[in-house]
Design a protein. Structure first.
Length: 225
């Protein structure tokens, strides 16, 4: 006689119900018909993602849409844009905000490489900002944005700026960093030239944009492979 071992998953049972309901709907749905992804509560999203990865169902249940090539939105006063919007040069005497052109929302994934063509001030904020707030309206230039301050070393998230000594002086002129943003699970990752990744969870927002705060006389370029 063959004994069958019991399999135990220490996860919220509701997450299994979401998966079963999806798979049942798929089984009886005609080919080509789109099945909506489960509506999982915010406090369960990370656990649901881990469960999907464990079962090999991440791309099946929550497929990722890769965003088109990025370029800068040319509406920042005093900033010169070159290379069909892929290069931004701040010719003013004060920092200037720059947005990306794409709007990122649920199921989309952003992957953007940024080359620090000129990095004279040893300070550059790179990250994302809530898309419906298209320009800063108060003295806090980081308002509603999330990301990292390169050079000086800092992290801004949930309206709080903190110093990160581990990030200090880890980037220099002509370096290329990469931002990866998974909108579905609000995961933002910064990849440094030495391969060191930094991660953060973002606050809830339906839409996001690439956001850069460029110092005077500095230049940055989007590297589209």
């Amino acid at each position: 006689m063959i004994k069958m071992a019991n399999i135990f998953f220490d996860f919220n049972p509701q997450n299994f119900i979401f998966i079963l309901d999806y798979l049942r709907a798929k089984r009886i749905t005609t080919s080509g018909t789109s099945i909506p992804s489960p509506e999982v509560a915010d406090d369960q999203l990370e656990y649901f993602k881990i469960l999907l990865q464990h079962l090999g169902l991440s791309n099946e249940i929550i497929p990722t849409e890769i965003a088109p090539s990025e370029k800068f939105d040319d509406d920042s006063p005093g900033v010169t844009f070159e290379g069909r919007g892929t290069v931004a040069f701040n010719q003013t005497t004060s920092p200037r905000y720059i947005f990306g052109e794409n709007i990122y929302q649920k199921r989309m994934k952003m992957s953007v490489k940024l080359k620090l063509v000129s990095f004279r001030k040893n300070r550059l904020f790179v990250g994302v900002r809530r898309a419906h707030l298209h320009s800063p309206r108060d003295s806090n230039q980081y308002h509603s944005s999330s990301g990292w301050v390169l050079g000086e070393g800092g992290i801004y998230n949930n309206e709080t700026l903190t110093i990160d000594k581990a990030l200090k002086d880890r980037t220099k002129e002509n370096d290329t960093v990469e931002l990866v943003f998974d909108c579905c699970f609000a995961d933002l990752t910064l990849q440094l030239p030495d391969g060191q990744p930094y991660h953060m969870k973002l606050p809830k927002s339906p839409t996001w944009k690439l956001f850069v705060l460029l110092e005077p006389e500095d230049k940055i370029r989007i590297v589209n492979d």
